[in-house]
Design a protein around this ligand. Structure first.
Ligand code: ADP
Ligand code: MG
Length: 544
């Protein structure tokens, strides 16, 4: 370039860049593709997906978060949508597919406005106004209820469509019972820490053998065969230090010149263990649950005293045991006394499938409980576990919040109606975006109908007519394949789940809309290429 200026490179070689409309469109396409991938799983009539990972393991699931977690998504915007599912799952445990499908639809509707020349910031503003209005309205639509019958229905709605087979019926009761037993009430408000419900699983056996234990199941057996297998009115010591003799950090050699001294030396060791066991015995403990190891000699003396002992109990289990039995965890055996021991009606070793497990039951204050999942195969117990985890969270949230919404697309239809009214009031350019938002909400009843093989257009027309006529709870009844009152048939979703799904879907959609420049650095190391997962997503963005 003679006399001209040299071009200025501000980006590293290999960096790719996409700007303006191109960037916007390929981002929207990527987001829509993710939403399309999970759409068919929405609702009780949704299909399952089989996911095969790189080493050939399979997962069959209907859960949006699980599916997206297993999919190897590469596109940066697609990853943002996957993140929505993940955050929905961690925050409320359900509604992941709803959130993703909504995000995709918000973007699809936005695309049409972009085509008409509406500026992305106007759309983003309109969406933000709309979601605020939606949050106000949804609060008004919500109903107060946290009784057991409601919780049962909430569990049913959350689990419908999950492939959990026969055990479903008893599972609902079990879920409600588990949540109620860990719920803590303070002046009419409830706190439910679902992490106090411990889930264990053992394959082999029937799903119907899945049981709730008013205490804890520890996946460990007693340390010594001569120990009793069953201790009633157990006095439990929780010890988080090892019942072993500490090894020195530095290597030490003890030289014994006189053969009789060897015996002395060994005797001394034995005495130490005897001392430990007698301190345990003196406290009145009949069960020892130890977070660390227990030496063979200590095991022998514990067995001799008729004390049931388990070693290497997980720290999280120790904490739950403390809660359930009222025991205090001690580190130093000198601190053992009657006061720090916990109580349980029964501590028992039982054979479950191939393994032996310890059951601590009949706890005074079972603020921690266990559910032991049984089922024919690993796949079955894993799918039950995933379903159970979701349902427990959802029921826990409902117990705390005490607010429910009609499901089956009812709340989305009602919101669409109210948001359209609101759009008229706002006027201006934003009105278009607010209307687009209302239209996007209808993707939920539409998809539910489609997945059930119902006519989506007729269903939407019926829903619209009902809601305009003040039937606020009208939604899709899958037993009869028609539009009916959801409160009457007991299809309830928790308010919090829907609210969170709406908020996060709008948040990600507006965030994506505002991006007009994607600058991607060259990936270091060998590129995995497009094979596997969503590498070949539309938009053709380089890996992030
Ligand atoms: P998500 O991952 O969003 O929870 P689901 O596949 O669990 O997706 O579907 C949830 C949707 O299905 C909700 O809108 C809920 O109201 C609806 N739904 C669930 N069970 C029923 C039912 N028995 N009748 C009608 N709608 C139902
Ligand atoms: Mg669900």
């Amino acid at each position: 370039m003679i006399g001209g200026q040299m071009p200025i490179f501000i980006l590293k070689e290999g960096t790719s860049r996409e700007q303006g409309k191109n960037a916007q469109r390929s981002n929207i396409e990527a987001a829509k593709a993710i939403a399309d991938a999970v759409r068919t799983t929405l609702g009780p009539k949704g299909m399952d997906k089989m996911l095969v990972d790189s080493i050939g393991d399979i997962i069959i699931s209907n859960d949006g978060a699980t599916i997206l977690k297993e999919m190897d998504v590469d596109h940066p915007t697609a990853k943002m949508i996957v993140e929505v599912a993940r955050s929905q799952d961690t925050a409320v445990g359900d509604g992941t597919t709803t959130a993703v499908v909504l995000a995709g639809e918000f973007l699809k509707q936005a695309e049409e406005l972009l085509d008409q020349g509406v500026h992305p910031t106007v759309i983003a503003n309109g969406y933000r106004l709309a979601v605020n209005e939606a949050k106000t309205q949804i609060q008004k639509i919500a109903k107060d209820a946290r009784d057991d019958a409601t919780l049962d229905k909430v569990a049913r709605t959350a689990l419908s469509g999950k492939n959990i087979g026969l055990s479903g019926e008893s599972l609902y009761k079990l879920i409600v019972k588990a949540v109620n037993s860990v719920a803590e009430e303070h002046n009419g408000t409830f706190r439910v820490d679902a992490s106090n419900i411990k889930i264990d699983k053992k394959s082999g056996g029937s799903g119907n053998e899945t049981e709730l234990i008013d205490g804890l199941v520890i996946d460990k057996e007693k340390v010594h065969a001569k120990m009793p297998s069953n201790v009633t009115d157990a006095k439990i010591a929780l010890i988080d230090s090892a019942l072993e003799i500490k090894k020195t950090e530095i290597e030490a050699k003890v030289q014994i010149s006189d053969p009789t001294k060897i015996q002395d030396f060994l005797d001394q060791e034995t005495e130490t263990f005897k001392g430990m066991v007698s301190r345990i015995k003196k406290s009145g403990a009949t069960v020892v649950l130890c977070q660390k190891g227990i030496d063979d000699i200590a095991q022998h003396y514990l067995a001799k005293e008729g004390i049931f002992a388990v070693r290497r109990v997980k720290k999280s289990d120790m904490e739950k045991l403390a809660k359930a039995t009222g025991a205090k965890i001690v580190t130093n055996l000198d601190d053992l006394s009657k006061d720090v021991l916990g109580n349980a009606k029964n501590v028992e070793e039982r054979k479950i499938g191939e393994d032996r497990m310890t059951f601590v039951t009949g706890c005074k204050n079972p603020k921690a409980v266990s559910i032991l999942i049984r089922g024919g195969t690993e796949h079955v117990v894993s799918e039950i576990e995933r379903a159970l985890n979701d349902a427990l969270r959802v029921v826990a949230i409902t117990k705390e919040d005490g607010k429910i919404l009609p499901g089956g697309g009812a709340v989305e239809s009602e919101l669409a109606l109210r948001i359209r009214e609101y759009a008229n009031k706002v006027g201006g350019r934003e009105q278009l975006a607010i209307e687009a938002f209302a239209k996007a909400l209808e993707i939920i009843p539409r998809t539910l109908a489609e997945n059930a093989g119902m006519d989506p257009i007729n269903t939407l027309i019926q829903l619209k007519a009902d809601h305009e006529n003040g039937k606020k709870d009208s939604g899709i009844n899958f037993t009869e394949n028609k539009v009916t009152d959801m409160m009457k048939i007991g299809v309830f979703d928790p308010l919090k789940v829907k609210k969170h799904a709406l908020e996060s879907a709008v948040e990600v959609a507006t965030m994506i809309l505002r991006i007009d420049d994607v600058i991607a650095s060259k990936k270091s190391g060998p590129s995995p290429g497009p094979e596997g997962g969503m590498g070949g997503m539309p938009g053709g963005m380089p890996p992030y």
